[in-house]
Design a protein around this ligand. Structure first.
Ligand SMILES: Nc1ncnc2c1ncn2[C@@H]1O[C@H](COP(=O)(O)OP(=O)(O)OP(=O)(O)O)[C@@H](O)[C@H]1O
Length: 592
C-alpha cells in the first residue's frame, strides 16, 4: 500500500526532534503495557475471591489488597504518563508543523518561474495549509494512539498465549479478521480519495484564479459561468467522495459491533473451557477485559486508518512539491560574488522553453559596465527571454552568459540577483505600506537614504500627499496608486537596492506621455552609472542608448547606435518609419 511509504515520510520529518520522538515512543509502549496490566490484575482478583473456600480469609484479603493497590498504582501511572505524553507530543507536533510550513514556503518562493507557471497559486496555498495541518494531526495520533495500538497488537496480544492459549488464539483470530477487513477497505478507497484530493487542489486553484481576475469576471458578466465552473468541480468532488465515505461508515458500524461479538465469543468459549476445567473464571474475566480493550484500540486504529486514507493524498502532494527540483540548480561550490562591476556578456546563447521550439539562436553581445543597451524588435522576438536568462530564471540551452567574466551558473543565485535590479511594465507592489515596499530593495536603509531614493525617483512629493505618508498601505498590487506613481515607487525601490546591472522591461510603456516624461527623469537618475538593458517598443525611449540590438525571431539582425541604424535603412529604420507613420496618422474626426 502506497500510504505506508508516505507514512514513513511523515515520521521521518521528525528527525530534528529524534530524542523527544524516541522518548515519546517508549512512553507510549509503557502506556500500552500498563493498560494491559489492568484487566490481568482484575482477573487475578476475581480468581482470588473465588478461592476463599480453599484459602484462609486473611491471606485472601492480604493478597487481594496488594493486587488492588497494584491495580490503582498502574491506573495512576497510566494517567500521569498519558497526560505527560500528550503534552509533550503536542508541543513537538506544533514546533514541527511550523518548521515544515516555513520550509515549504521558502522552497516554493525559491522555485523558478517555470514551476510557478505550471502550478496554480491556489493549489500551492491549499497544499501548504492542509498538508501541514494533516502532518500535525498524524504526528499527534501516532504518539497518542497509533504506537500504543501497534504495540498492543504485535507484542502484548501474543503474550496472552501464555495466560490461556485457547482464549488467546480466539482473540488473535478476531483481531486478524478485523485487520484484514480494514486493509481491504483501505485498498478500495485509496484511489478514489487520491482523485478527491486532486479535485480539491483544482478547486483551490480555480477559486484563486477567478478571484484574482474578479474585474474580468464582472466586466465580461462571467458571474454565473464562473460559478458554474466552480460548481462542476465541486460536484465531481462529491461524486468521488461519496463511495469513500460510505465504505468507511460501514467499517465504523462493523467495528462497533465487533466489540460485542468479540466479548460474547470469548464468554462462550471461556464458559465451555471452564466447564472442562481448562480456564478459570478470573482468566475469562481478564480475557473479556483484554478483548474490550483491544477492540477499543482497534476501533481507534480504524478511525485513524480512515483519516490516513483521507489525508495521504494531500500529504503526497506536499512531499511532491517539497521534492520538486529547481531547473536552475545552484552548484555546491557556487561563488558568492561580493561586488560586481556590471560587465555582462552573452556568448553564442541559444535557448528553447522545455518542449518548445528554439526561441534564441546564437545571441552574442557584450555590455561594458555603465553602458546602456536597448533590445528592440517585434513582439515575440525573444527580448524578455534574453533578460530572463540574465536573471537566471532559466539556463541557456547552449552558449553562456557571464557577469564580470563569471558564468552565471558558477554564481550563487542570491549574489547574482543581488546585482540586478528590475523595473517591470507593471510595477508589482506588495499590499503593504509604501515604506515596506521601498525597503524591499534594501531592508537596512536609513530614513535619509529612503527619502533620498524617493526624491531621486520623483516620488517624494506624492508620498507626502498620501493620507499616512510613507505609512500608507498601497492596496492589492498597489491598486490605490496611479500607474505613474507605482512606477516611481518601483524606481525608488531599485535605487535603494543600488544594483550595478539594471533591466527596464517596458518600464514606461503603460504611461501617458506627460507621466512618461516625469518617470523618464526618475529613470535617468536610476540608470546613471549602471549597466542598463532597456526593452522598449516606443523607439523614442532608446534614442540615447549606447547600442541598440534589433531582434527578429530570436536572432540579433542589426546592432549599432540610433542614428547609425536609421542611416543603415534596414529593419530598425523600418520600425522607426512604421512608428512615425502611426504617430502621424490624421485624427479621427469627431462625430457631429
Ligand atoms: N514561459 C514560457 N514558456 C513557453 N514559451 C514562452 C514563455 N515565455 C515566452 N515564451 C515564448 O517565447 C517567445 C519569445 O517571447 P518573449 O517574451 O521573449 O518575446 P518579446 O520579444 O519579449 O515579446 P514582447 O515584446 O511582446 O514582450 C514567444 O513566442 C513566447 O510565446
Amino acid at each position: 500500500m502506497r500510504f505506508i511509504a508516505t507514512y514513513r515520510q511523515v515520521l521521518a520529518l521528525l528527525a530534528p526532534d529524534r530524542g523527544v520522538a524516541w522518548f515519546l515512543a517508549f512512553a507510549s509502549l509503557a502506556l500500552a503495557g500498563l493498560s494491559f496490566l489492568e484487566p490481568v490484575l482484575f482477573g487475578r482478583v476475581v480468581d482470588l475471591l473465588s478461592r476463599t473456600d480453599v484459602m484462609p480469609a486473611d491471606r485472601v484479603w492480604m493478597e487481594a489488597t496488594t493486587l488492588l493497590g497494584l491495580w490503582a498504582a498502574v491506573g495512576l501511572a497510566g494517567i500521569v504518563a498519558g497526560v505527560a505524553t500528550a503534552l509533550l507530543a503536542d508541543r513537538m507536533a506544533h514546533r514541527n508543523r511550523l518548521r515544515i510550513m516555513h520550509l515549504y514556503f521558502q522552497h516554493v518562493l525559491a522555485m523558478p518561474l517555470s514551476f510557478h507557471g505550471d502550478t496554480q497559486t491556489g493549489r500551492l496555498m491549499k497544499v501548504m495549509l492542509v498538508g501541514t495541518d494533516n502532518l500535525f494531526s498524524l504526528w499527534l495520533s501516532f504518539f497518542r494512539e497509533h504506537l500504543t495500538t501497534l504495540f498492543a497488537v504485535i507484542v502484548l496480544l501474543p503474550l496472552t498465549l501464555f495466560m490461556n492459549w485457547r482464549l488467546a488464539s480466539l482473540l488473535i483470530v478476531l483481531v486478524a479478521v478485523f485487520c484484514v477487513v480494514a486493509t481491504m477497505v483501505v485498498k478500495r478507497t485509496e484511489k478514489a480519495q487520491a482523485r478527491v484530493e486532486q479535485l480539491h487542489s483544482r478547486l483551490a486553484g480555480t477559486a484563486q484564479d477567478t478571484l484574482a481576475n474578479v474585474m474580468v469576471v464582472q466586466a465580461f458578466t462571467r458571474l454565473s459561468a464562473e460559478a458554474r465552473l466552480f460548481g462542476d468541480i465541486m460536484r465531481q468532488v462529491i461524486d468521488n467522495q461519496y463511495p469513500v465515505l460510505t465504505w468507511w461508515a460501514i467499517v465504523s458500524v462493523l467495528t462497533r459491533s465487533a466489540s460485542t461479538i468479540c466479548v460474547i465469543s470469548i464468554f462462550i468459549l471461556g464458559t465451555v473451557l471452564h466447564m472442562r476445567g481448562a480456564a478459570s473464571v478470573g482468566e475469562i474475566v481478564a480475557f473479556m477485559g483484554l478483548a474490550t480493550l483491544l477492540i477499543g484500540r482497534l476501533e481507534g486504529a480504524v478511525a485513524f486508518l480512515a483519516r490516513l486514507v483521507f489525508q495521504m493524498p494531500g500529504l503526497e502532494e506536499l512531499f511532491g512539491i517539497l521534492a520538486a527540483k529547481s531547473t536552475v540548480p545552484e552548484r555546491p561550490d557556487a561563488l558568492d560574488l561580493p561586488q560586481a562591476q556590471g560587465a555582462v556578456a552573452f556568448e553564442d546563447v541559444g535557448f528553447a522553453y522545455p518542449g518548445g521550439p528554439p526561441i534564441l539562436t546564437a545571441v552574442t553581445f557584450t555590455a561594458a559596465p555603465g553602458r546602456t543597451i536597448a533590445l528592440v524588435g517585434q513582439t515575440g522576438a525573444g527580448k524578455s527571454t534574453c533578460m530572463a536568462l540574465l536573471q537566471r530564471l532559466w539556463d541557456p540551452s547552449s552558449g553562456r552568459i557571464t557577469l564580470d567574466g563569471h558564468d552565471l551558473r558558477d554564481l550563487t543565485l542570491d549574489s547574482l540577483r543581488r546585482h540586478i535590479g528590475v523595473v517591470f511594465q507593471d510595477s508589482m507592489l506588495f499590499n503593504r505600506t509604501i515604506r515596506e515596499n521601498l525597503l524591499v530593495g534594501r531592508p537596512d536603509a536609513t530614513p535619509e537614504q529612503l527619502e533620498h531614493a524617493a526624491r531621486m525617483a520623483e516620488a517624494w512629493d506624492f508620498i507626502l500627499r498620501q493620507p499616512k505618508g510613507l505609512d500608507t498601505t498601497v492596496g492589492e498590487r498597489g491598486s490605490t496608486l496611479s500607474g505613474g506613481q507605482k512606477q516611481r515607487l518601483a524606481i525608488a525601490r531599485a535605487l535603494l537596492k543600488d544594483p550595478p546591472v539594471l533591466i527596464l522591461d517596458e518600464a514606461t510603456s503603460a504611461l501617458d506621455t506627460a507621466t512618461e516624461a516625469r518617470v523618464q527623469k526618475a529613470l535617468a537618475a536610476l540608470m546613471h552609472g549602471r549597466t542598463t538593458f532597456i526593452i522598449a517598443h516606443r523607439l523614442s525611449t532608446v534614442r540615447d542608448a549606447d547600442e541598440i540590438l534589433v531582434f527578429e525571431s530570436g536572432e540579433i539582425v542589426e546592432r549599432g547606435g540610433f542614428s547609425e541604424l536609421v542611416q543603415m535603412d534596414g529593419r530598425f529604420a523600418g520600425l522607426v518609419k512604421t512608428q512615425l507613420a502611426v504617430q502621424a496618422l490624421p485624427k479621427v474626426p469627431e462625430a457631429v
